[in-house]
Write a protein that binds this ligand. Sequence first.
Ligand code: DQA
Length: 144
Amino acid sequence: MNVLVINGPNLNMLGIREKHIYGTQTYENLKDRITDYCEKEQITVEIFQSNHEGALVDKIQSAYFSQIDGIVINPAAYTHTSVAILDALKAVQIPAVEVHLSDISSREDFRQISYAGMACEKTIVGKGFDGYIEALKYLKNRHQ
Ligand code: DQA
């Protein structure tokens, strides 16, 4: 099974940014956690991060042409603004799970809308790195 994990802006700053919200573990730690899990579960994974909306759209589109079976996406701030990411997810019609490290439902009003989430089968919030593992599990079970 082939899975693409996509992370949006500022997630490369994990371990530096707002530690009281996102914790002290780094983006490298997150990648290691995902890679280890995927190796164990025989999932082929690509992990992609960008601070640029168009690059995220390009990556979602590329999944259509590279036999990707599932997408895990944390669009970060673009969650709450990007119709382009929503449209890209709708265009490729690949099962997708939205993940947020923090519980966006208990944060500011402007975080209460998720455009990307409208094209995702499942949303996982507030579970930190475990949320990514839960998303991968969901996609694997769904694929079997
Ligand atoms: C986030 C939540 C977003 O609201 C925020 O802009 C982020 C990270 C999360 O993982 O909790 O950058 O997606």
